[in-house]
Design a protein around this ligand. Structure first.
Ligand SMILES: CC(C)(COP(=O)(O)OP(=O)(O)OC[C@H]1O[C@@H](n2cnc3c(N)ncnc32)[C@H](O)[C@@H]1OP(=O)(O)O)[C@@H](O)C(=O)NCCC(=O)NCCS
Length: 206
């Protein structure tokens, strides 16, 4: 598994005397990854789907609307669809570019993105990277894991235009975006319910 960067994290808790040591790994799994070349932990796209499902399932209902109610990572109509099971969302994430933060082989952070999308031609400049999903496991938050994954995302796409979207009440993500120099590029009022806007943020280099 190709490591992209070395995380500088303080372990969440000291290792127990009889447990394995804390091991943190930051890695990039490209959308066209050849899984035969990767470690036995990720021995196929299906294994990745199952590992991603765990972290997405734990946090999906913090999102507005919940991730499992969506048809894809990029849908325009953000109305909750209760008939969806989560498969569509998880499989879409697994097929994208993924930056993973692992603690002793458990995925505790995922940042997923699409390169060069033309889904929003009037909004995104060419040569873009569209971050569709970022999640940090609840037990690992406020330890700079999202910052570390964003840093890797920006490093991997440093000559491109970077975009993401969130909802207007997501204070934690918005604080993080502003701190990293992203600016609002588009807003759709009441898109996710009364008083809940969809807000697109961008960090444009060209
Ligand atoms: C948003 C999220 C990814 C942040 O992950 P994290 O690893 O805890 O974030 P970091 O520790 O790297 O924090 C970076 C900065 O973000 C901001 N931030 C993060 N969580 C915050 C919170 N709960 N309240 C206020 N600011 C917060 C702060 O500015 C923080 O910097 P600081 O710790 O120096 O003050 C995480 O809270 C999460 O997974 N939330 C649920 C999923 C979600 O909302 N994803 C984005 C959807 S579009």
């Amino acid at each position: 598994m190709p490591a992209t960067d070395s995380p500088t994290l303080t372990p969440a808790a000291p290792a127990q005397a009889n447990s394995e040591p804390n091991r943190y790994v930051l890695c990039h799994i490209p959308s066209n990854a050849d899984f035969t070349q990767l470690s036995n932990k990720f021995d196929g796209r299906e294994m990745l789907v199952e590992l991603l499902r765990e972290i997405i399932a734990d946090s999906q209902d913090e999102f507005v609307p919940p991730l499992f109610s969506r048809n894809s990572t990029t849908q325009s109509n953000l109305i909750e669809n209760l008939e969806n099971t989560g498969d569509a969302y998880v499989c879409a994430v697994a097929s994208q570019e993924n930056i993973l933060f692992l603690h002793n082989d458990k995925i505790v952070g995922v940042l997923s993105y699409i390169k060069d999308t033309n889904q929003f031609p009037n909004l995104f400049k060419p040569e873009n990277a569209y971050l569709t999903t970022v999640i940090v496991d609840k037990d690992y938050r406020r330890k700079r894991i999202a910052q570390t994954m964003y840093q890797a995302f920006e490093q991997l796409n440093k000559r491109g235009n970077l975009y993401t979207r969130t909802w207007s009440k997501n204070d934690s993500h918005i604080k993080l975006l502003l701190k990293r120099g992203y600016a609002e590029v588009h807003r759709i009022a009441d898109d996710r319910g009364k008083g809940i806007d969809t807000v697109y943020y961008g960090k444009e280099t060209k």
